[in-house]
Design a protein around this ligand. Structure first.
Ligand code: AMP
Length: 280
């Protein structure tokens, strides 16, 4: 493992280490037998350090962002960091544009640099803990993350592939406020042992409707390539965390109104949610 870390640019490894060690004070253990302990905030004296895994289009951003609000920890999506860098027209942007628009993965070095910068900025704002979305995406990223901090829990969101493709193609972002929507209307009858799947569109309010844009990598050939890359490079990350007893699998039963309460239930956070709503 040390050899692996040495193979990396020591500058970004130490950057990541520094940003995470400021963020992390003690290490807690995920106890798979007592998942109710997940709701104790925090078990040691630090905040939640969770990861969201799942294919493109599954809704990691949607659910990670809702949980981040509920738990009071930042939602950090490496895809957003990459898109911010792309739109900044900085030195990296041309190189990234080509990679991202082909549905390929950006190099670990670039991702670790972007992530370190984001974590450091968060620490200076007093943030602690995180819900990572879209990271780690390779075994190497997962191993390095393990080297620098401890992950408490990994949520693996799952959806059938035909729905994933429709969801990616229906995705829209408001170019002004950055909020995400989805114009796809999924209504698939139960067949061949697969359950019915109903996911109504998530439509924008009027003030966003005329400002919607589609991500350049949400075209059908690129989405298919991203799914292929996910299976090759990222699915092994699921096994990595499964073997370490940290993975919680969640098959999305439908749209947000149906899935959100069930997700809270399997995470033992439904009570947390009720208390927070009552206090609001
Ligand atoms: P996402 O929004 O998570 O689908 O990410 C958009 C794109 O950013 C991906 O298709 C990759 O090109 C790049 N990307 C995001 N996260 C990572 C990562 N952890 N490792 C490598 N590339 C990434």
């Amino acid at each position: 493992m040390a050899a692996l870390t040495r193979r990396l640019n020591p500058q970004f490894t130490s950057l990541l280490k520094r940003s995470l060690s400021t963020n992390t004070s003690t290490v807690s253990e995920f106890d798979s037998q007592r998942s109710d302990s997940l709701t104790d905030d925090p078990k040691g004296s630090r905040s939640f350090q969770w990861v969201f895994l799942g294919c493109p289009g599954v809704g990691k951003g949607t659910y990670a962002s809702r949980l981040s609000t509920l738990l009071g920890v930042p939602h950090i999506a490496t895809g957003d960091l990459v898109r911010d860098e792309l739109s900044s027209s900085g030195p990296l942007s041309r190189q990234l544009d080509e990679i991202v628009n082909q549905g390929k993965l950006v190099s670990d070095e670039i991702i670790f640099n972007l992530l370190s910068k984001r974590l450091e900025a968060g620490v200076s704002r007093g943030e602690s803990g995180f819900i990572l979305d879209g990271f780690p995406r390779t075994i190497r990223q997962a191993e390095i993350l393990d080297e620098v901090t401890e992950i408490d829990l990994v949520v693996n969101l799952k959806l059938r592939e035909d729905v994933l493709i429709k969801k990616c193609l229906g995705r829209r972002v408001c170019s002004e406020c950055g909020k995400g929507f989805n114009v796809a209307s999924i209504d698939i009858k139960a067949e061949n042992g697969l359950p019915e799947m109903i996911m109504p569109p998530i439509l924008p309010p009027q003030h966003c409707a005329s400002k919607l844009v589609t991500r350049a990598d949400d075209t059908e050939p690129v989405v298919k390539e991203r799914l292929r890359v996910y299976k090759e490079k990222s699915q092994p990350v699921e096994d990595y965390y499964r073997e370490r007893g940290k993975l919680i699998e969640f098959d999305l039963p439908g749209g947000i109104p149906e899935s959100w309460p069930k997700l809270l239930e399997i995470l033992n956070l439904d009570d947390h949610h009720h208390k927070k709503s009552a206090a609001a």
